[in-house]
Design a protein. Structure first.
Length: 383
């Protein structure tokens, strides 16, 4: 049903660029019209096929649909965006077009000049921005150092560093070599602890075990911890929760552990994804903090920033999250803010501080515009 709904929405949305690029610039029955019509049928179908098969078939096969389908998704997004922006000068020049329908010197109507110019401009910008975004997304993640003051943190723990990884999205496009690069970047930082805040995979253990294998090489003083993201629940979360400990990664499932460092300690908690209740595996902040020492600082891992309200209500001092990708395709971050209440960076809700990473990978298009991939090294400091 989800794929049917997406297909219908995608089909309707494609009518607008089809009208502006194909219908407005070609004549009925012409070769250009036929080519345009064919592309505006095939490309959406490939995109839908890529979305539908990304987590359900062997990534080695799925990539042949994922690459063209996801790239078209990004081009389509910016194509629509630019065409909408160009509607403003189109309306402003409407009187100029109507006043003189033809340019006798060139033999081309002003209307044709305007429609063709808009189509060319939209195509050039959409392809150019997408190409730039591919180079950013497929490049190495930036390493961001973030000092965060934490209420109740014992001064003896000051300087404790957590390497925060999120949204790797192992699957048809991101594979073992990309994970190895992330692992090497993290190990170079020599962190005290590694935290993976969900959406590690887009596929099954059977298909992605080899790609995930480099995670076993992560090195830190206190180990690697993991909480589920929404995409784990599309990929067989139980199998991944059982498999990750073989790689030295400990899932935190609505629970907390004590991290002892420098003669002091703080609590590290983790909750299941905000939408996990749909899979009978709900996140539970209350269960995660039950039995805590109220005198010790409490740091919590959660996939989605919108858990911060409940975290604040239960006395969490610092929430570390991901999920947003920083918007991934600017200006999509505006919608992310409406849905999550945060995009990337540091926030405060009551006495609780929150840091949201942009994520180390990407979902869908291998494209990042205005939101480069990120590994965050969060340094804890006493408030």
């Amino acid at each position: 049903m989800f794929i049917v709904v997406v297909s219908l929405v995608v089909g309707v949305l494609h009518l607008y660029p089809w009208k502006r690029i194909v219908v407005d610039n070609t004549t009925r029955g012409s070769r250009g019209r036929r080519i345009g019509n064919t592309l505006f049928v095939l490309l959406p179908l490939v995109m839908i096929a890529g979305l539908a098969t990304g987590t359900s078939i062997d990534p080695a096969v799925a990539q042949w649909l994922a690459w063209p389908g996801y790239l078209w998704l990004a081009v389509f997004f910016y194509l629509v965006l630019v065409l909408l922006v160009l509607e403003i000068p189109r309306l402003a020049l409407l009187r100029w077009v109507r006043a003189d329908e033809t340019d006798p010197r060139a033999g081309v109507s002003r209307r044709a000049l305007l429609t063709r110019g808009s189509a060319v401009a939209a195509g050039v910008v959409a392809v150019g921005v997408t190409g730039y975004g591919v180079s950013v997304a497929m490049g190495p993640p930036t390493v961001t150092h973030v000092p965060m003051r934490v209420r109740r943190l014992d001064p003896r723990v000051a300087g404790f560093r957590i390497a925060l990884i999120s949204d790797v999205h192992l699957g048809p496009i991101i594979g073992r070599s990309y994970v190895q690069r992330i692992v090497d970047l993290v190990n170079d930082q020599q962190p005290d602890l590694v935290a993976i805040a969900g959406d590690l995979v887009d596929g099954t253990v059977e298909d992605l075990a080899d790609a995930a294998a480099p995670l076993a090489e992560l090195r830190s003083t206190h180990g690697t911890f993991f909480v589920t993201g929404n995409h784990e629940y599309y990929s067989g979360y139980r199998a991944w929760v059982d498999y990750l400990p073989r790689l030295g990664v400990r899932p935190l499932r609505n629970e907390h552990v004590d991290i002892r460092h420098g003669g002091a300690a703080f609590h590290l908690a983790g909750i299941n994804d905000h939408t996990a209740y749909q899979f009978q595996d709900p996140g539970d902040v209350e269960a995660a903090v039950r039995g805590r020492d109220p005198e010790q600082a409490l740091v919590m891992l959660a996939h989605q920033p919108r858990d911060v309200g409940e975290a604040a209500a239960h006395g969490v001092d610092l929430l570390l999250a991901g999920h947003t990708h920083g918007g991934q395709l600017s200006p999509f971050e505006m919608l992310v803010t409406l849905q999550q209440g945060a995009v990337a960076g540091a926030y405060e809700v009551g006495d609780t501080r929150m840091y949201v990473t942009r994520g180390a990978g990407f979902w869908g298009p291998p494209v990042r515009v205005g939101a480069p991939p990120d590994i965050s090294v969060v340094e804890l400091r006493p408030a």
